[in-house]
Write a protein that binds this ligand. Structure first.
Ligand code: F0G
Length: 327
């Protein structure tokens, strides 16, 4: 039976018997060894496949806690500003809880799968004529009026849920890996990972946060965030763990993205490859155990795949023609 994240980590989360558990079977995601990339890079590389969460991204870890607490506190509606994944997750968990959701998306820059998800889950989907940062400011202001619970990562329950990825990684490997690499957009997840290590005690993994060189325009639309709200805590997380803040450009993200799919069979969205791209900047020592967090599914962003993957060739339904095409 699928164990809800809140049940698996109940003793380490701010929940009580009075908290309704709003779950879609999140967390407990695969930690996959990457044999070919390990060999190529001379390290022991593992991939935390967060795309296997119910809405296809790691956001579900925090959303189960945030929406459960919102319902416990009597909320009838949630609001979120999002580059897409938080929106999908908020919309899904609101539907599961039987409450309404408003999701604010920066107009024209959200990957199509994420918009489709939010629409299907029945959220009120609003395209904001502005950036993610402007949409977030509006969401915060509206939430402060009291009618809607804000479920962006400024909501501490989100980070409480997200920290559990660290517990899973350490439990499965039997010890903290030497380093964990992850994409850095707003910095909520980097902050949550540091919180997880602080609660575990012992020596944390070096946290390596990978941000886009062009935050305002990157092809990695999930991390298209100019003003990271958690910059201070994300930077502190990197420093305290002796990690690194790495800047990767779109070309590097695209190479890592293709490598993950072709070399290890993991099709993620471009943003999710930022951690792997950062490996060439912040090189681990030979043989070190390294975890790269793959944050969201490739099916979220089919347009990027259509632009960058080789198009199919046309062929007649004939074995010789197929063999000819395979040459
Ligand atoms: N990876 C994916 C797939 C994301 O969707 C995000 C953020 C990040 C990484 C970065 O995480 O912001 O905690 O540093 N997506 C947010 C959203 C902004 O609205 O879905 P972060």
């Amino acid at each position: 039976m699928t164990i809800p994240l809140i049940e698996r980590f109940r003793d380490r989360l701010p929940v009580s018997a009075a908290t309704p558990v709003i779950s879609l079977g999140e967390g407990s995601t695969p930690l996959l060894r990457a044999p070919r990339l390990s060999e190529r890079l001379g390290i022991d590389l593992w991939l935390k496949w967060e795309a296997s969460n119910p809405t296809g991204s790691y956001k579900d870890r925090g959303m189960t806690v945030a929406v459960s607490k919102a319902v416990e506190e009597g909320a009838e509606a949630v609001i979120v500003a999002s580059t897409g994944n938080t929106a999908s997750s908020a919309a899904a968990y609101a539907a599961r809880a039987g409450i309404s959701a408003i999701v604010l998306l920066p107009q024209g820059t959200v990957a199509s799968g994420k918009v489709a998800q939010s629409r299907m889950y029945g959220a009120l989907v609003l395209e904001v004529s502005g950036s993610f940062d402007e949409a977030l400011a509006a969401a915060r202001e509206l939430a402060s009026r009291g009618s809607h619970a804000l479920v962006n990562s400024l909501n501490p329950y989100r980070r409480e849920g997200q920290k559990t990825a660290v517990f899973e990684i350490v439990e499965e490997l039997g010890a903290a890996p030497a380093a964990i690499y992850l994409p850095y957009g707003g910095g909520g997840n980097t902050t949550a990972y540091a919180q997880g290590f602080a609660e575990l005690g012992g020596t944390p993994s070096r946290l390596v946060a990978a941000q886009s060189a062009d935050r305002a325009h990157t092809i990695a639309t999930a991390i298209r965030i100019s003003e990271p709200v958690h910059a201070a805590t994300a930077t502190a997380a990197v420093e305290h763990t002796h990690g690194e803040l790495v800047t990767v450009d779109d070309a590097e993200i695209l190479v890592a993205w293709g490598d993950l799919a072709r070399t290890e069979g993991l099709f993620c969205e471009p943003s999710s490859a930022a951690g792997l791209a950062a490996l060439t900047h912040a090189q681990p020592a030979a043989g070190e155990t390294v975890v790269v967090v793959i944050t969201g599914h490739g099916l979220k962003d089919p347009a990027s795949a259509e632009t960058h993957a080789p198009p199919p060739a046309r062929v007649a339904p004939d074995p010789d023609a197929i063999l000819e095409a395979a040459k």
